[in-house]
Design a protein. Structure first.
Length: 276
């Protein structure tokens, strides 16, 4: 992958998504406990943590699968409480799941539009605009770094990274403002991770707020702007690329004394971190 060039002024942008003391309970257990976090437009925030740290619950809240019990979820400064994934998508939050579902026997362009196909004419003579559908699919895929796609090929012909890129291209085309990516690099080879990384960087260049959940700290450091470390449903670290290198981020994934020491040191130097 090429060296990442980051847009100037990224850190100064206001958050598109914000969690304020957000809590999600399953029975008597807090899956997320008074969580504070911000996700800015034009910025990639990598969310890391061990199993049970709260990553999946965070994705569920942002995607509309799970409603929070306390605290606030804000979108562009306005409190929201999604009742379904459809509401989240309508608000501009697109989620790409780890086990990305495509209709393998349908064409690439059919999977791209998924019921929102362009049409020609008026009812009752309305018909699919196949030329536009194919052209938009090819152009949108090239926009995220996957040129030369055959729009009429079955989706099963796409590689794993290309399928993830298809989902990102679709989100960009339909006007998403935020992109939530649920551990998408897990089943991919390095080449496919590169394809996926190109699509993520294209989305960031379009100004989307990107929440990338991953268990791969080295990949996170390569592509991310910020790193939100979760442990036990709470923020264990809220870091930037200036705070940690790839080796330190890898060590912090294990938690323990190193993470506690770093968190205490950074909070002492920057008291505002404690309010996040």
């Amino acid at each position: 992958m090429n060296t990442v060039v980051r847009p100037e002024g990224t850190a100064a942008r206001p958050p598109l998504l914000e969690l304020r003391r957000l809590t999600v309970r399953y029975g008597n257990v807090d899956a997320l406990s008074r969580l504070n976090a911000t996700f800015a437009a034009g910025e990639i925030t990598c969310v890391l943590g061990e199993n049970g740290s709260g990553k999946s619950t965070l994705v569920s809240v942002l995607s509309g699968l799970q409603r929070h019990d306390d605290g606030q979820l804000l979108l562009a400064g306005e409190p929201v409480r999604f009742r379904s994934p459809r509401q989240a998508r309508t608000a501009g939050i697109a989620t790409v799941w780890q086990d990305l579902a495509v209709a393998p026997l349908l064409s690439v362009w059919r999977n791209f539009f998924l019921g929102a196909e362009p049409t020609l004419g008026a009812w009752p003579l309305r018909r699919l605009d196949l030329d536009t559908a194919r052209a938009v699919t090819v152009r949108s895929m090239a926009r995220v770094g996957v040129p030369g796609v055959d729009p009429d090929a079955p989706a099963s012909a796409l590689q794993a990274g290309e399928r993830q890129s298809l989902a990102i291209a679709r989100a960009l085309h339909f006007g998403a403002r935020a992109l939530v990516l649920d551990e998408p690099t897990t089943p991919m080879t390095m080449a496919r991770q590169t394809l996926f990384g190109q699509a993520v960087l294209a989305a960031r260049a379009q100004g989307l707020a990107i929440v990338l959940v991953t268990n791969n700290p080295r990949y996170a450091h390569l592509i991310g702007d910020r790193f939100l470390l979760l442990a036990g449903g709470q923020v264990a670290g809220n870091l930037t690329r200036d705070d940690v290198d790839a080796d330190m981020l890898t060590a912090l994934m294990a938690g323990g004394e190193e993470l506690s020491t770093l968190t205490a040191t950074l909070t002492a130097l920057h008291p505002e971190l404690g309010d996040r």
